[in-house]
Design a protein around this ligand. Structure first.
Ligand SMILES: [Zn+2]
Length: 372
């Protein structure tokens, strides 16, 4: 098992929930501390308050990965007799680093919203609100016929040519490549100063932005020519489309009352508030962890019968009632499902990577509200 530092832990985490998935306003990433130090225990929590920091100290965690960012606004001063100041002082004193994964973890496949949708047993689901797309390039490369297969395989291995559920997609046609090696050249085919005509294959593949560097490196390594000819063309399409929330359906229709009951049990909350008639039948469900009032119209447009989200305010609830969209509000704290989900996923990935690090589920109760 490999001893790791914070960078390696975060690299593993961001392979799943990359920062680029976060909304622009969202201050995700490292909030306090440094990542260069060794880490063998990570505490996963929904929030960071002083009790969570105490738990990290007690359980010997060097890093806290939390869903809610500790700082939303730049601080003007750090007074250690304020709750926020005490958190900062304690983390620094005990060399505990704090990292936040907020909307990037909401968006990530398998992240907060999928964890919620899993609990609600939603099938056929997709993002409720598109929020991220990756630039897509067309790579066109010309290779001598005998090298075409090697080049094609190298491109596919580096991640080029994936279209939906199909991989190693490419297009080819054959033509004639012409060149004259100069006196400085060291040609694979032909000789210096003599015009050459070679039967070449034109290979076209799609390359997503994030794989571009790796694919070009693989191309240069696999191509036999000293100076391979290739074009990288930015396309109008995007790929890796991700988004906030999820829309899906229940395997069987049920009444709003039954669905609300399922939500309450599955999300392990003491109560839910509902909008709509308890006896109406629902099947298409939108879910968005945290405060989702902003996305009620997206839920309606997506054809949801019922929308599960927290922090529903009175006037938005009225608007939902008027447009015939039922709501189940399990509270913001329902996002606590991320604790178990993130720890399980990260422990599994650590095992795969051979990393000597354990992700602990925070047991600190950070729900602010008490239901009586
Ligand atoms: Zn939240």
């Amino acid at each position: 098992m490999k001893r790791v530092n914070g960078h390696e832990v975060i690299e593993q985490f961001e392979a799943w929930a990359p920062k680029r998935y976060a909304e622009d306003w969202d201050p995700v990433g490292l909030h306090i501390g440094e990542l260069g130090r060794p880490v063998d225990r990570v505490l996963v929590s929904l929030d960071v308050d002083e009790r969570v920091v105490d738990e990290a100290i007690e359980r010997g965690a060097q890093l806290i990965i939390a869903h809610h960012p500790l700082f939303f606004r730049p601080l003007k001063r750090i007074w250690t007799d304020t709750p926020e100041g005490r958190i900062i002082a304690k983390c620094i004193e005990h060399r505990i680093s704090v990292y936040a994964a907020h909307t990037n973890l909401d968006v990530a496949p398998g992240g907060v919203n999928d964890l919620l949708a899993d609990r609600l047993q939603l099938v056929d689901r997709k993002p409720l609100q598109s929020s991220y797309g990756e630039a897509l390039y067309k790579l066109v490369v010309f290779a001598p016929v005998e090298a075409a297969e090697t080049v094609r395989e190298a491109l596919a291995k580096a991640g080029a040519g994936t279209i939906g559920a199909y991989e190693a997609c490419s297009y080819e046609m054959t033509g004639t490549g012409r060149f004259t090696p100069t006196e400085e050249a060291n040609p694979h085919i032909g000789s210096r100063g003599t015009p050459e005509a070679v039967e070449e294959v034109r290979i076209e593949v799609l390359v997503p932005e994030l794989k571009k560097a790796r694919v070009l490196k693989a191309l240069l390594r696999a191509h036999p020519y000293e100076e391979p000819a290739f074009d990288v063309i930015l396309l109008d399409q995007q790929t890796d489309e991700q988004g906030l929330g999820r829309i899906g359906r229940l395997e069987e229709p049920m009444t709003l009352r039954q669905f609300a009951q399922r939500t309450k049990e599955q999300l392990d909350v003491p109560a839910v508030r509902i909008v709509g008639s308890p006896e109406e039948v629902v099947q298409r469900v939108a879910v968005l962890g945290g405060s989702g009032s902003k996305y009620v119209h997206a839920a309606k447009r997506a054809g949801a019968d019922v929308y599960v989200t927290g922090d529903m305010d009175f006037h938005t609830a009225q608007a939902c009632e008027a447009m015939g969209l039922a709501v189940v509000d399990p509270g913001h704290h329902a996002e606590k499902v991320m604790i178990e989900g993130v720890a399980a996923r990260m422990n599994e990935d650590a095992r795969t990577n051979g990393y000597d690090v354990t992700f602990l589920e925070s047991t600190t109760h950070t729900e602010t509200f008490t239901f009586i």
